[in-house]
Design a protein around this ligand. Structure first.
Ligand code: URA
Length: 263
């Protein structure tokens, strides 16, 4: 029995989706924020329509050219991201592109640039439930290639490389502008250390996404729009966020368009 058929009519627990609702979709865009789902779906299909909304998981289905493509929010962080991957995989989805936002930690990266992650430092907890910490969190090379080709074709300024993917926004990303203003010893000096090790940025889902997908034999990639450069400041540049998001969406959609042509 095909895996998705088990869920043909029965809705899967968290996402409130079934196999039939997906109309055969095998690819999904994964923003964190439910409020960004509709915008992403309408960017590749003016007729895209809502499927379900439960907790942090809001989903839309649209067609990219003739192929059904799901957009669904993961919420923030590893646990909810892993739920999305698990449940969509049970419904037959095998390709995931995260569309995120991020804080850069290298001086030369500008707010509103995009970052294409090749692999992530596993500062999350969820990925350790799927594979030991020695196992790498790596994006699928076909998706990385497609994201790079898309950013080049669209002339979107982009950076390619390593991401530190943290379960916490404040201490794990060495932020002192928090309630306590304090960071435990493990993370004191960590931003500088990641910088020296060539890491480009911080975000909160890619380590889980890559590890879970590799462990389950699925394909994943991640493109993020820079909304703060932590070398210069801690404050998110809210005014810069819409353009950073728009560029990231364009790159992700163009990458999937290219992937669909070749696979
Ligand atoms: N997302 C993060 O996880 N960190 C940032 O600094 C910005 C967005």
């Amino acid at each position: 029995m095909e895996v998705g058929l088990k869920f043909a009519h029965m809705k899967i627990y968290h996402l409130k989706l079934n196999h039939k609702m997906l109309e055969g979709a095998k690819c999904a865009f994964l923003p964190g924020d439910p409020a960004r789902v509709q915008k992403i779906a309408l960017s590749y299909d003016q007729q895209a329509r809502p499927l379900a909304s439960s907790r942090e998981f809001t989903s839309f289905l649209g067609y990219l050219e003739a192929t059904p493509v799901l957009t669904i929010s993961t919420g923030i962080g590893g646990p909810s991201t892993a739920i999305v991957i698990e449940e969509l995989a049970m419904l037959g989805v095998d390709t995931f592109i995260r569309i995120g936002t991020t804080g850069a930690i290298q001086k030369h990266i500008q707010v509103q640039d995009v970052i294409i992650t090749t692999a992530s430092v596993r500062l999350d907890g969820t990925s350790t439930h799927y594979a030991p910490i020695e196992y790498p969190a790596v994006a699928h090379f076909e998706i990385v290639q497609a994201l790079i080709a898309a950013a080049q074709a669209l002339a979107v300024p982009h950076h390619i490389g390593l991401t530190a993917s943290s379960d916490s926004f404040y201490p794990g990303q060495e932020r002192y502008d928090s309630f306590s203003g304090w960071v435990i010893r493990r993370f004191q000096g960590s931003l500088k250390e990641w910088q020296r090790l060539g890491v480009l940025n911080y975000e909160m889902e890619s380590a889980t996404l890559f590890t879970v997908c590799s462990a389950l034999g699925l394909r994943a990639g991640c493109v993020s729009g820079v909304i703060v450069n932590r070398v210069l400041e801690n404050q998110i540049q809210e005014k810069a966020t819409p353009l950073a998001e728009a560029k990231t969406i364009q790159v992700a959609v163009e990458a999937l368009r290219r992937l669909l042509k070749t696979s």
